[in-house]
Design a protein around this ligand. Structure first.
Ligand code: PNS
Length: 158
């Protein structure tokens, strides 16, 4: 079975993430969304909240599961018996970091591949950082996150 992993911090999930997950789910038999739990970034949402948001946002996708992980991505890949990592590229500024990540991962685990999907242009400016900023200052996040999780995000912030 072809298994792919879409890894990330997802703090919180955005429309851009969901676009990559939806399109990635068509390329493999099973898609695992891996939520990094030991993020050095100091997340706004707990790992349990980030998983819950993702589960709600992806509930229409039959072959998608959401699983938290810590440690190395390559170890998570082996655990999930996955062959490929799927990542979104928003702009050329993403490329340098993504290339480094892909090459480091492949030197740790030569049997894996990284597949890049280009983000839909309408989502190319969206990031979790922007969502968190807008949230902090009381702005409207409805253009940035999946409709299904807007209420849950506001609830978690209360
Ligand atoms: O959404 P993000 O924060 O851009 O995702 C980054 C992520 C989770 C893909 C990356 O930080 C990661 O894979 N972390 C796990 C540790 C690891 O394997 N690092 C790279 C090997 S050197």
């Amino acid at each position: 079975m072809k298994v792919g992993v879409v890894p990330g911090s997802f703090d919180p999930v955005t429309l851009g993430h969901l676009d990559i997950i939806e399109r990635g789910s068509k390329l493999v038999e099973k898609l695992v969304v891996g939520v990094l739990s030991n993020s050095a970034k100091g997340p706004m949402f707990s790992v349990a909240q980030r998983v819950e948001l993702l589960e709600k946002a992806t509930s229409h996708l039959d072959n998608v599961v959401v699983i938290p992980f810590e440690g190395l991505l390559v170890d998570f890949l082996k655990e999930q018996q996955a062959q490929a990592v799927i990542r979104g590229l928003r702009a050329v500024t993403d490329f340098e970091y993504e290339l480094q990540l892909a090459q480091a991962n492949r030197s740790l685990y030569p049997d894996m591949e990284t597949v890049f999907l280009t983000t839909n242009v309408q989502y190319s400016y969206i990031s979790s950082t922007i969502v968190k900023d807008v949230l902090k200052y009381g702005g409207d996040i409805s253009h940035f996150v999946p409709a299904a999780v807007i209420d849950m995000i506001y609830h978690f912030r209360r």
